[in-house]
Design a protein around this ligand. Structure first.
Ligand code: FMN
Length: 274
């Protein structure tokens, strides 16, 4: 396992229209050790857009990762380089978004069908930056739901040096379901995430999807008859429905020694001055 493994025990998921810099600052006050992720930013936006508006963040947000959307190795490499220069701590590639707009751009979840291309994208980004390049993905796409599909996807990326995988434990249904339905209707199969950890013990496997309580998170981070413990949890919607859950998650899941605010009132003053 990479030496920085412990820093992946708790993450807040990339969420469009939610995890902008202000939301991340708020989450940071609650959970000083959580890894924070930007909303997905496309390579086109980074290469042609207003970089300050897209990339600026507060120093307090570290460790903070940028999530990129794209499928062209050169554009991803150039975007990753800019993000690393901007001070981001990690580049995460989106291979899990099912939206039609994203499919037209041929990235997101449909990339799971093209592991060779994704491997080229990962390699190109790794060559461009020295920070970790990670992937967020699903466990299947449409009728490609057998375990071998996701195992081979992860295996291909592991071969080229990718070591951190955020696994949203649902298949993506690319035709007929909206992105919102795609976060609710395909069943959660956390056993698949544990099985990936079993087959890739030297990778960091982070579970995502439907984690709403500390008990759920702790169960996933404990070995069971379903397989080994996962290395961390990534929290999506629960982080905006009930942000304070991050406080309990950090207290229970992260290594001791990381300071936590003593109570909710303690974050009001820094939030006001922000
Ligand atoms: C409003 C919203 C926006 C999202 N935007 C992104 C995104 O930009 N990139 C991404 O990889 N996933 C995105 N997701 C998916 C989440 O990162 C996460 O995988 C999903 O919500 C499942 O986790 P949860 O059950 O803890 O919410 C989004 C989810 C929501 C609810």
């Amino acid at each position: 396992m990479p030496y920085w493994g412990d820093s992946y025990r708790l993450s807040v998921a990339p969420m469009m229209d939610w995890t902008d810099r202000h939301c991340r600052f708020f989450h940071r006050l609650i959970a000083p050790k959580a890894r924070l992720y930007t909303e997905m930013i496309t390579t086109g936006a980074i290469l042609h857009g207003d970089l300050h508006r897209l990339l600026d963040f507060s120093e307090e947000e570290h460790p903070v990762a940028i999530q990129l959307g794209g499928s062209e190795p050169e554009a991803l490499a150039a975007s990753a380089r800019r993000a690393a220069q901007w001070g981001y701590d990690e580049i995460n590639l989106n291979c899990g978004c099912p939206s039609e707009r994203v499919q037209r751009g041929a990235f997101g979840a449909c990339l799971m069908r093209e592991p060779d291309l994704v491997a080229d994208c990962i390699k190109a980004m790794q060559d461009a930056v020295s920070i970790p390049v990670t992937v967020k993905h699903r466990i299947g796409v449409d009728d490609q739901e057998d375990y071998g599909f996701v195992r081979d996807f992860v295996g291909k990326l592991f071969q080229v040096g990718c070591r951190v995988f955020f696994v949203h434990a649902r298949s993506a249904i690319l035709k007929g379901l909206s992105p919102k339905e795609n976060r609710e209707i395909p069943p959660l199969r956390m056993s698949v995430v544990r099985r990936l950890k079993q087959d890739f013990p030297d990778a960091l496997i982070v579970a995502n999807g439907g984690i709403q309580t500390l008990n759920q998170a702790q169960a996933l981070m404990t070995p069971s008859s379903a397989g080994p413990a996962v290395d961390g949890v990534m929290i999506g919607r629960a982080a905006y429905h009930d942000p304070w859950i991050l406080h309990a998650l950090q207290a229970a899941l992260c290594l001791p020694g990381s300071p936590l605010p003593p109570n909710r009132e303690a974050i009001l003053a820094p939030l006001q001055s922000y």
